[in-house]
Design a protein around this ligand. Structure first.
Ligand code: NAD
Length: 356
């Protein structure tokens, strides 16, 4: 198979982990006889520095022309503490999602058995947890009208959803539920929010097309509690942009670390594959970032965009073997990990390639 892949490292540890992701893709191409042609593009703070724009036209044009995108993360401390900055790295991220029609963000949460001890949740509660989140990605308060009023002391954001937006993400989630445990939980705040009442109504309508799927509806506060209390009860979860953002970071603790969680953003055209973590200001340049989320994003890319299931499984198996062999990055090491088994980004990448 011959495919074009655009690498968009972004900022901070995004730049460090995507190097490993690309090497894994190169290895897969060599092992399975594919030809992957790589190109690179700037985004986020790196793009602002070079062009003044967090998503330059050249990057967007390359994104539209490629077969799949491996993305790192964007963000820089300079903007986090400056609420008045007019140009921000995250604007590039939101615009990319809108321009490419990436309305569905898939976040599989699965704990590798070897990491049972790395989570702050008790192993007996965690073992066997396997959740697939569908977070809506191009609506909600992230894209609704927002304003700071003239007096400077009042501001608002608008939580807004339309029927078609809920329908298309709900269908994707129901389709996935049919291939898994046939259980779907829809998360909203329908006791308070009108947009959530529409969300619930639409999910109930779509549910009629999937009589085999058992559907439940949870308010987001209760879902947040249940996720920690009984993660094994979850199968597929579908929710809006804001609730999904928060719940999936919470769920990352089920997988042991943000550094273990991959995501796929798909929709109308090209797919974007990225770790769920950000640019990791506190560890940028230290060479300690866990690259496994980027490597697992590669597995999602191979399976979802290219239909290469065997290759995707080989990648996941390689990560599993690294863990089984006892190698850890700092974020997933625990008190029992010998110091010589705690490796940096590059070394864990090398081990992954060896097992591949
Ligand atoms: P973060 O995900 O960057 O980091 C949160 C914590 O997890 C940090 O302590 C970090 O060291 C740790 N961590 C994250 N990824 C790790 C990895 N691979 N290995 C080891 N440890 C890891 O979130 P944050 O600190 O809230 O945000 C930092 C910046 O990233 C901000 O500018 C934010 O806006 C941006 N951000 C970007 C994205 C994205 O590009 N998709 C997502 C989230 C945050």
């Amino acid at each position: 198979m011959k495919k074009n892949i655009l690498i968009v490292p972004g900022d901070g540890i995004g730049q460090e982990v995507t190097v490993v992701g690309q090497k894994v893709l190169e290895k897969i191409a060599a092992r399975f006889g594919h030809e992957f042609i790589f190109d690179h593009a700037l985004m986020g703070h790196a793009a602002i520095e070079a062009t003044g724009n967090p998503l330059p036209d050249e990057t967007l044009a390359k994104m539209r022309a490629t077969d799949a995108i491996l993305f790192g993360a964007v963000g820089h401390p300079k903007y986090d503490n400056d609420p008045h900055a007019k140009v921000r790295p995250e604007q590039g991220l939101l615009r990319m999602r809108k321009e490419l029609g990436l309305y569905a963000n898939l976040r599989p949460i699965k704990l590798f058995d070897e990491l049972l001890g790395a989570s702050s949740i008790k192993p007996e509660i965690l073992k066997g947890a396997d959740i697939l989140f569908f977070r809506e990605l191009t609506g909600d308060v992230y894209f609704g009208k927002r304003e700071r009023l003239d007096d400077g002391n009042t501001a608002y954001d608008t939580m807004i959803y339309s029927r078609y937006e809920v329908e298309r993400i709900a269908r994707k989630a129901f389709d996935a539920a049919m291939t898994r445990g046939k259980k779907l939980m829809s998360v909203d705040k329908a006791n308070v929010l009108e947009s959530s009442r529409l969300w619930r109504e639409v999910v109930q309508d779509i549910a009629k097309e999937y009589p085999e799927v058992t559907v439940s509806h949870q308010f987001v506060d209760s879902a947040a509690m249940l996720l920690i209390k009984n993660p094994r009860d979850f199968d597929v979860v579908v929710t809006g942009n804001l609730f999904g953002d928060i719940l999936t970071d919470e769920a990352s603790q089920i997988a042991g670390s943000m550094g273990m969680l991959a995501s796929a953003s798909v929709g109308d055209s090209v797919g974007v594959y990225e770790p769920i973590h950000g640019s990791g200001h506190d560890i940028t340049g230290m060479g300690v970032a866990n690259p496994m989320a980027s490597v697992l994003s590669v597995a999602l890319l191979l399976e979802i965009s290219f239909g290469l299931k065997t290759e995707a499984e080989a990648v996941i198996e390689a990560v599993d073997k690294v863990l089984k062999a006892g190698y850890r990055t700092r974020d997933i090491a625990d008190a029992t990990t010998p110091a010589n088994m705690i490796l940096g980004t590059e070394a864990v990448g090398e081990k992954t390639l060896e097992f591949l």
